[in-house]
Design a protein around this ligand. Structure first.
Ligand SMILES: [Fe+2]
Length: 267
């Protein structure tokens, strides 16, 4: 088993026009360009880039054309799952030639890389902030996990685990989380669960798996450990994760912190 690097980015919120979501910085596309440039300048580039949803802010065809343009310099496979700000039709049209979305009505997929599988889940509920996984999606996941023992990177926008904040817990994965946990506990393949949505990067352990939330270059929350209060926005560095599979099969997760230009709209 050889070395492998997998980058986990999230929540780029790129829009061709003004952002639709209030906290998204107006220059979010430029911030995504900085992330891509930083990634390309690394001494060792990742073998694959996984983006856990909200790649677009509004989800129009023009938004996804811009997303494709911004991600175009990345020569490695790029896998994306939808978040609540994405739209399935335009997203499939933009990424369907490079991401093997299988089902006609969801953007779930499975891809095999050397010694590692990538599985993407689609928790988007049109018009809703919160997410869900239905029985058919979970049946499919259970079946896919049973087919091999390579480590699996499981991409899911809405965290099924507690975020430590009541506001985010109320708008995270609302349906399907309990069964998802049972499936992961019983999985013959070790699973690494990668999420987004919360815009505050952290790692945790859930259902016997390493689990994490990626940061966002479009807006990010600072530290806030009062579960009933929304944390303050910060223009502190954008944080994403580099997973390193070392020879022998162990994993390490390295934070990559990228200073972004200050926002001009924070108090
Ligand atoms: Fe987001």
């Amino acid at each position: 088993m050889t070395d492998m690097l997998i980058a986990h980015l999230s929540d780029l919120h790129i829009s061709a026009g003004p952002p639709e979501t209030a906290p998204v910085r107006r220059d979010a596309p430029d911030m995504a360009r900085l992330v891509v440039a930083d990634l390309m300048a690394l001494p060792q580039r990742p073998d694959a880039v996984l983006i856990t949803g909200d790649v677009a802010d509004g989800g129009s065809e023009a938004d996804y054309a811009l997303v494709r343009q911004i991600l175009a310099p990345l020569p490695m496979p790029v896998f994306v799952v939808p978040g609540n700000h994405d739209q399935r039709g335009p997203m499939r049209a933009a990424f369907g030639t490079t991401v093997p979305y299988a089902a006609p009505d969801t953007l779930q997929f499975e891809a095999q890389l050397p010694g590692v599988r990538i599985i993407g889940l689609d928790s988007l509920v049109p018009g809703r902030v919160e997410g869900r996984l239905d029985a058919a999606q979970l049946d499919w996941l259970q079946e896919r996990l049973a087919t091999g023992t390579d480590p699996v990177f499981l991409m899911l926008h809405h965290p099924p685990f507690p975020t430590g904040n009541a506001h985010w817990d109320a708008s995270a994965l609302r349906d399907g989380g309990e069964r998802l946990g049972q499936i992961l506990q019983a999985s013959p393949a070790p699973v690494r669960l990668l999420c987004g949505h919360v815009h505050q990067p952290f790692h945790t352990q859930w259902a016997g798996c390493y689990a994490s939330v990626g940061g966002s270059p479009a807006f990010q929350y600072g530290f806030g450990f009062d579960q009933d209060a929304e944390p303050a926005l910060t223009d502190g560095p954008y944080a994403w994760w580099m997973h390193h599979r070392r020879e022998g099969g162990s994993f390490a997760v390295h934070p990559r912190c990228l200073a972004l230009p200050p926002r001009d709209d924070l108090p």
